[in-house]
Design a protein around this ligand. Structure first.
Ligand code: FNR
Ligand code: 8K6
Length: 355
């Protein structure tokens, strides 16, 4: 039998990391949020999902698949929710199973904004910053073409902020260690942060401070409800998914990042698929741009291997690494890296079942 050992060069990934006074992680690996569309018809996590997350409990922190905060947040089939008692009870089984194995788990709080589809919530408005629709249709349900969203009114905005805070409270009731607010990838919060999707002329549009207002209100409301130590945020300063780039977005994030830093939340996490992607208006990679403008815990992600992540952390490019597709292919990803065992390569066909 071959004995495997962790290559010395990867040792930094296995150091503990103190996020804050409340939470210390066993290692530097996050399981990235990964939508799997496997919740039941009531958007309740299933027993298969309990087992799926428990198998990955060795990650320093699991971020769950994006989880909707209320019915009109839904844009994909069978994505779990966290707004009914049955959903909270379903998630309680997941958090208990992960905690029993010594793991930690945050839920990713999601409203898909203009990527929502009325099919999933019995008709009604799709809310976003402005009436700028995206082209295309729902994955796996191509007959559902995206619709023109309704610009959220001031009353809608207040209701949304309340519902993010309520979802965070539900997350604590479900046993989560905290929440990651999904502010990335072109979904609701991100529609306020980019010029492509935000054409407002009121106090939520037009200037960097106004365009940052909704995101900061959500962060503040969640922090007020569950505490800053239990609140993380994912952002995409570089538009790459469900969004067109606009060089003026740079000024928005130049304003937004120091505001976030002052709030001292648990971490900021980049939303991107490949961190080697460069954005002219950010002067390079999204992660390098955020590192230069945000001085607290930063989670990198996007086509990293353990080797490239370890080198990036050693070079102080970010503090923690989130691993997505390799974690789908290898439930025991952390053990394999630690023991120097070869990884199973990811393929899209693996999305058909929860392993
Ligand atoms: C994702 N990603 C993602 N991101 C997010 O913020 N919330 C989500 O629910 C999902 N869902 C999701 C599903 C699937 C099938 C994939 C492949 C990706 C993005 C993910 O968190 C990560 O940023 C990318 O996968 C890049 O990391 P890797 O896979 O290169 O390690
Ligand atoms: C029905 C599946 C729903 C998945 C939802 C969100 C994540 C989608 C991930 C699929 C991969 C898409 C890659 C797009 C990257 C764009 C990079 C320019």
């Amino acid at each position: 039998m071959t004995t495997h050992t962790t290559p010395n060069s990867l040792a930094n990934l296995f150091e503990t990391y103190t996020l804050n006074d409340t939470i210390t992680l066993n290692n530097r690996f996050l399981m990235a949020p990964l939508t799997r569309c496997m919740a039941d018809a009531d958007l309740v996590p299933t027993d298969d999902m309990v087992a799926y997350y428990a198998r990955r409990a060795e990650a320093g922190l699991i971020i769950t698949e994006a989880t909707i905060i209320r019915p009109d947040a839904q844009g994909y089939p069978n994505t779990p929710g966290i707004f009914t008692q049955a959903q909270i009870a379903g998630w309680r089984k997941v958090t208990d199973a992960v905690h029993a194995k010594g793991g930690k788990i945050f839920v990713q709080l999601w409203h898909t904004g203009r990527v929502a589809h009325p099919h999933f919530f019995g008709g009604g408005d799709v809310l976003a910053a402005s009436a700028q629709k995206i082209e295309g249709s729902v994955p796996r349900m191509r007959e559902l073409t995206y619709v023109t969203p309704k610009p959220a009114t001031l009353e809608d905005i207040q209701g949304l902020v309340r519902d993010y805070a309520k979802a965070a409270e539900n997350a604590i009731e479900a046993g989560f260690d905290g929440v990651e607010i999904h502010g990335a990838n072109g979904y609701l919060i991100d529609t306020f942060l980019h010029h492509d999707s935000n054409r407002r002329t009121d106090e939520y549009g037009g200037t960097p401070a106004n365009m940052s207002r909704f995101a900061l209100e959500v962060v503040d409301a969640v922090v007020a409800r569950i505490g800053k130590d239990r609140t993380g945020l994912r952002i995409s300063p570089g538009a790459y998914f469900n969004m067109a780039a606009d060089s003026r977005d740079r000024e928005v994030f130049d304003y937004f990042l120091p505001e976030l830093e002052a709030r001292d939340i648990a971490f900021v996490h980049i939303g991107i698929f490949d961190d080697s992607m460069e954005f002219d208006y950010l002067g390079g990679r999204a992660s390098s741009y955020v590192r230069a403008h945000y001085g607290k815990t930063l989670v990198g992600v996007g086509s990293y291997s353990a080797e490239t992540a370890s080198a990036a952390i050693a070079a102080n490019k970010f503090d923690l690494i989130a691993i997505g597709r390799p974690f789908i292919a290898n439930p025991d990803y952390v053990a394999r890296v630690r023991d120097g065992v070869e990884l199973v390569p990811y393929s899209d066909e693996m999305l058909a079942s929860l392993v």
